[in-house]
Design a protein around this ligand. Sequence first.
Ligand code: 13P
Ligand code: SF4
Length: 361
Amino acid sequence: MAVATPIQIRFERFDGALGIAPAKPPRVVTPEEKPALVARIKERLKAMDAVLLAHYYVHPDLQDLALESGGTVSDSLEMARFGHDHPARTIVVAGVRFMGETAKILNPEKRVIMPDLGAECSLDLACPAEAFSRFCDEHPDRVVVVYANTSAAVKARADWMVTSSIAEKIVAHLHAEGRKVLFAPDKHLGAYIRKVTGADMLLWNASCVVHEEFKAQQLEELKLLHPGAKVLVHPESPASVIEMADAVGSTTGIIQAAERLGAKEYIVATDGGILHQMRKRLPGVSFIEAPTAGKGATCQSCAHCPWMAMNGLHNLLEVLESGRNEIHVDPAVGKRAKVSIQRMLDFARLHLPAMKGSGDA
Ligand code: 13P
Ligand code: SF4
């Protein structure tokens, strides 16, 4: 059996210091063992009354499995909505830990499990609850809006939780009410929303290790080679990359933009895992991953989230058989965090009814 070695992921902490976290790739699946693994996982999901929620960035095998077994492949907002509305007693989250925590906070009575509880997110790691709480205390005149990519304790300190598909609408709504905003943790997403809404926003200092690597100059060079290609960008990317976009959106937003714009070629600046659904939905269209480190070569992620990559078929089956890796959230923290998440879901119900992931009813 191939033994996976942990890799050290370097990320910038909110105070500018260097943080280091491990990420361990899952066991490799051989073509011979895959059919039996998939069949066994489907059996276990049924027997356990469990539903599988997969993010667009996880391995294509897990995305296919989620769809074939009646679950969903979607962005963070739809993962939260789908898990909330689904009657299954167990929710299995193939994604990163904040997604599992959100599912647990919304469904405290259900069991939420994940293939690997070590699947972190650099934004979450760079926003420790105590430091964040002090920052909020220093700015009591601001409404606190946090990105989904945060811990339960940070969500509990917030007034609103947002995902990238709804952040702009919610901040625009708060701005129209004359509110000033404190936004955390993603400085690029925050700066983008500040620019498009004109809202007064104070930003936390953190970024995503994957999107931080996209480089504008190399993108410019790639565009010269593909003059007809449209550029699709996730708003966690640096401003210089966002400026070159034909469409900016969440993962679901990026897929919908590709369907809408009708180009024959797209350059995509987000985790390459998304290309699986894009190719399925738009056969015959060409998708190119946006360039990352270029000649500077600092790339650790190269457009693939090392923590999303920790989800695999072997560790999924293992948790379905053992019941291990259950997500627990302190009930008092969860109760407070639920207020900020529920506020977003209620807003989404009114203002964003059409956003759907793959496999949603
Ligand atoms: P989405 O909500 O767009 O799926 O983003 C989640 C994420 O972690 C992007 O890096
Ligand atoms: Fe976090 Fe970036 Fe990975 Fe998304 S891609 S989960 S923001 S580290």
